[in-house]
Design a protein around this ligand. Structure first.
Ligand SMILES: [Zn+2]
Length: 342
């Protein structure tokens, strides 16, 4: 178990160190301890960089979750979302000295993947997943790479996403005779998985660098910048400042362009229920909240505006979530829990 924890910290620090890969509590990682059928996964609501030897992750019975998805009978009329969430919750294994937390809302698909899984909301991957041309561009960008990939359409997270991912992987293996290490999820993000610790990081790096270079983007968005202002903070991140100076930022704009779930969970949600915490004044974004929440909001906003700005300047067409998809996220029990953890 010690090795698995060490590896989980390794990939979590790697993916969690950069705001262009993960924002706030978004993204998650997992490591399977093969001999024991145990999977360690980031806990819901925590940040990747919070993960240490004894916090911000949980152990689950990986086989229990994977077996559920392998054998679920879809012919019966019932609430599969709830049933699968109950399976995830009851698969939690208590470890001595480690607080028992709730596993990431994305625990289902982690259980069906290879030993090491890095799931991020990479802004580079999301240029492809949030544009109508993204899937055909991926073909162009990755045709000579040594890894296979699948490009999933938008699917509600949770039960349905896990099943669809399993089906797409099985189909890819059958038709191409190799395993896809990379999964793009429309209007959501990127998953890289491998049985090799170095490989999972290398492939993740290659995917992001290839997209960044294809669009000729500077490598200058690894962290956001906030300055203290009164009893709060003001945004000094270039992508945010430049956008807001010219276009402003309103809830109507965010509602009109729903790109992916984390935008809704963090940004649209805060503007709707706590508008005092995020205010635009004189072309600047101010956060009247603690540093942790301000950072989460700023990272999420910067990533969102980075994707929108790049899609526009590359003359691609934005692909938005549908009303129905937005509704699902806003009413999903798991997301309500996630945003309640700070
Ligand atoms: Zn995600």
């Amino acid at each position: 178990m010690k090795n698995a924890i060490r590896d989980l910290i390794d990939i979590s620090q790697y993916a969690g160190a950069r705001a262009d890969y993960t924002q706030g509590g978004g993204g998650n990682t997992s490591v399977k301890d093969d001999g024991k059928g145990v999977m360690l996964i980031k806990a819901s609501g925590y940040r990747l960089k919070d993960i240490t030897e004894n916090t911000a992750f949980v152990a689950v019975d990986k086989n229990r979750i994977a077996d559920y998805y392998a054998s679920v009978d879809l012919s019966v009329e019932k609430d599969y979302e709830k049933e699968s969430a109950d399976v995830s919750k009851s698969s939690v294994i208590e470890l001595a000295g480690i607080a028992t937390l709730r596993p990431s809302v994305e625990v289902g698909f982690h259980a069906i993947l290879k030993k090491y899984v890095i799931h991020t909301h990479s802004v580079y991957a999301n240029i492809l997943t949030c544009s109508l041309e993204g899937e055909s561009l991926a073909e162009k960008i990755f045709k000579d790479q040594d890894f296979g990939y699948v490009f999933l359409p938008y699917i509600n997270p949770g039960f349905e996403l896990t099943l669809a991912m399993k089906k797409a992987i099985d189909g890819y293996v059958k038709s191409r005779g190799k395993y896809p290490e990379v999964i793009f999820m429309k209007n959501h993000g990127l998953v890289v998985n491998s049985d090799d610790l170095e490989r999972v990081k290398n492939v993740n790096e290659k995917v992001n660098e290839s997209i960044r270079k294809y669009f000729g983007l500077a490598d200058d968005f690894r962290a956001v910048k906030l300055a203290v202002s009164g009893d709060g903070f003001v945004s000094e991140t270039p992508v945010v400042c430049n956008f807001v100076k010219t276009h402003g930022l309103t809830k109507a704009f965010l509602d009109e362009y729903p790109l992916y779930p984390d935008q809704l969970v963090y940004l649209n949600n805060i503007l709707q229920f706590s508008p005092d915490k995020l205010k635009v004044e004189n072309g600047k974004v101010y956060y009247h909240t603690d540093e942790k929440q301000a950072t989460t909001l700023e990272e999420t906003l910067a990533a969102y505006l980075f994707v929108i700005t790049t899609v526009n300047s590359a003359k691609l067409n934005i692909s938005k979530m549908s009303e129905k998809e937005v509704y699902f996220i806003n009413h999903w029990e798991a997301e309500k829990y996630r945003r309640s953890v700070k």
